[in-house]
Design a protein around this ligand. Structure first.
Ligand SMILES: Cc1ncc(COP(=O)(O)O)c(C=O)c1O
Length: 450
C-alpha cells in the first residue's frame, strides 16, 4: 500500500476538455448511466488504480485480464519510449524490423513444441478472425476447400469482429448482427448444476464434448474447418473445463481432421499457472490465439500461434515469390508493441511470475470459496488466478451484477462483471495481503446484497 504515500490529487479545471463527457462513445458500457455518474481511473501503480480524486481502487481483474505484472511497469514504459524514439513505425507488408522476429521467437519459446509460427495482430478479436482465416487457408491449401464451417460453444466470447461474433455464444453480442459473417454452429456450454462450487476442474461433463460428434454427424466432418474453444470460458463467468473434456475434443478433432483452436486471450501468459492453458491442461491445440497480457496491457497487440505443419501447408501452396496469405494489418508487429511484448516477457521470466501465480492460486481459492456462505452467492468456480462468482439475480437478469460492479468501485475494488457473474483475475504479482483486501471488500459489498 506504499502507493498511497505518493498520491497526488489532480485538480481538473471545470472548463477542461476532460470534463466534457459527450464526445466519447464507450464500448460495452451503458453510456447514459456512465455519463450521469462517471467512474474514472486517472492513474495506476502496482495492484492499484486511483480515481481522479486520488482514491485507491485495488485491481482484482488485472484491468481487463491484461496487466499480469501489475500496473505502470517502468521497464515496459521505458522500452516503448526507447523504441518510439528510435524506430516509430515500419510498414508491416514487405518490410519489418528486428523486434518483430525477436518477439515472435520469444513467444514461440513459451508455447507447446511445434506451435511456433506467430502471426501478429492488434487485439484478441483480430487474433480470432485471423485464426479463422488461417484455418480456411490451410484446408484450401490441402485441397479441402469445402471445410468452411466453424464449431464454437454456447457462452463463448471470441471478440467482436464478424468472425468472433459468428463464433460467439453470448446472445447480446450476436443479436444486433445476426447471421453476418462466417457459418458457425455451437456445442453446449459446460456449466452443470451438479458441478456447483467445484474447485479447479469439475468432475462431471467430459461427455459434453460429444456434442462435437453430433455436429459432425449433422453437417459432415468434410464441411468443418475448425473447433474454437476458450480452454476456460472467461468472459461468460469462468467456466472451467470438466476433467477429460478438452482431451475428448482433441481426440474427436484428430479423428475427423478438424483443427482445434484454443482462444487463450484471457488464459495466456500465466493466468492458469503455466504460460498457456494448453500446458496446464496437457492438451495441445493446433492454433492458439492470444492478446491482453502479451504486452502486460501496455500496448495493443495480439498474436496467433500456429502449428508449423499448418503454416508450412499454407506457405508451400503458393509459388515462391508470391504472397502466401492475403491477410495482415498496418499495425501488425508494431515496433512499440513488440518492445512492450519483449519487456513484458522479460519481467514474466525474471520475476518467475507464472510460477508465482501458480503458488498463489491455492490461497486465492481458499479465500474465494470462503464467500460461499453469503446468501447472494449462487456458485463459485476457479482455476489458477481466475474465478467466477454467480450472484443470485435481482428482478431483471444482469441488474445485480451491474449494481455490484458500481458498488465495488465505490468501495475500492475493481473487478469485471458479466450479467450477474463477478469475475476475478488478480495480477500474478499479487501478494496474499492484496488478496485479503480484495476479498474483504468483496465480502462487505456482497453481504449488503439481499
Ligand atoms: C477469449 C477472448 N477472445 C477474444 C477476446 C477479444 O479481445 P479484444 O477485446 O482484445 O478484441 C477476448 C476479450 O476479452 C476474450 O476474452
Amino acid at each position: 500500500m506504499t502507493e498511497f504515500l505518493t498520491l497526488r490529487p489532480r485538480a481538473t479545471p471545470p472548463d477542461h476538455p476532460a470534463t466534457r463527457l459527450d464526445n466519447y462513445w464507450l464500448p460495452f458500457t451503458p453510456n447514459r448511466d456512465f455519463k450521469r455518474e462517471p467512474r474514472l481511473f486517472s492513474r495506476a501503480s502496482g495492484m492499484y488504480y486511483f480515481d481522479p480524486q486520488g482514491r485507491p481502487v485495488i485491481d482484482g481483474a488485472s484491468g481487463l485480464f491484461a496487466t499480469a505484472a501489475g500496473h505502470a511497469r517502468t521497464e515496459i514504459a521505458d522500452a516503448v519510449h526507447r523504441q518510439l524514439s528510435e524506430l516509430d513505425f515500419t510498414p508491416s507488408f514487405y518490410r519489418s524490423h528486428p523486434l518483430a522476429f525477436e518477439a515472435a521467437s520469444r513467444i514461440a519459446g513459451l508455447l507447446p513444441t511445434g506451435l511456433d509460427r506467430v502471426f501478429f495482430v492488434n487485439s484478441g478479436s483480430e487474433a480470432v478472425d485471423s485464426a479463422m482465416k488461417i484455418a480456411l487457408a490451410y484446408h484450401r491449401a490441402r485441397g479441402e476447400g469445402r471445410r468452411t464451417l466453424f464449431v464454437s460453444r454456447e457462452r463463448a466470447y471470441h471478440g467482436v469482429n464478424f468472425g468472433g461474433v459468428a463464433l460467439s455464444g453470448l446472445v447480446n453480442n450476436r443479436r444486433a448482427f445476426a447471421n453476418a459473417g462466417p457459418d458457425a454452429v455451437h456445442m453446449r456450454h459446460t456449466w452443470l448444476a451438479q458441478n456447483a462450487f467445484s474447485r479447479g476442474q469439475p468432475e462431471h461433463g467430459a461427455d459434453l464434448a460429444d456434442d462435437l460428434l453430433r455436429l459432425i454427424e449433422l453437417h459432415g466432418a468434410e464441411t468443418i474447418a475448425a473447433v474454437f474453444v476458450e480452454p476456460i470460458a472467461g468472459s461468460t463467468g469462468v467456466l472451467v473445463p470438466p476433467k477429460g473434456y478438452l482431451e475428448r475434443l482433441r481426440a474427436i478433432c484428430d479423428r475427423h481432421g478438424l483443427l482445434l483452436v484454443f482462444d487463450e486471450v484471457i488464459c495466456g501468459f500465466g493466468r492458469t499457472g503455466k504460460a498457456f492453458a494448453a500446458q496446464s491442461f496437457g492438451v495441445r491445440p493446433d492454433i492458439i490465439t492470444m492478446a491482453k497480457a502479451i504486452t502486460n496491457g501496455a500496448q495493443p497487440m495480439g498474436a496467433v500461434a500456429v502449428d508449423r505443419r499448418i503454416h508450412d501447408a499454407v506457405i508451400d501452396a503458393a509459388p515462391d515469390d508470391a504472397i502466401e496469405f492475403f491477410h495482415g494489418y498496418t499495425w501488425s508487429a508494431h515496433p512499440a508493441a513488440c518492445a512492450a511484448c519483449i519487456a513484458s516477457l522479460d519481467i514474466y521470466e525474471r520475476e518467475n511470475l507464472f510460477a508465482r501465480g501458480e503458488a498463489l492460486a491455492p490461497i486465492f481459492e481458499t479465500r474465494l470459496h470462503a464467500l460461499r456462505d453469503l446468501p447472494v452467492v449462487a456458485d463459485i468456480r476457479n482455476y489458477g488466478l481466475l474465478a467466477g462468482i454467480d450472484l443470485k439475480p435481482a428482478d431483471k437478469p444482469g441488474q445485480r451484477g451491474y449494481a455490484v460492479q458500481k458498488a465495488l468501485f465505490d468501495a475500492g475494488l475493481h473487478l469485471k462483471t458479466t450479467g450477474d457473474a463477478a469475475i476475478l483475475a488478480p495480477a500474478l504479482v499479487a501478494q496474499p495481503a492484496h488478496l485479503d483486501e480484495i476479498f474483504d471488500v468483496l465480502r462487505r459489498v456482497l453481504a449488503r446484497q439481499s
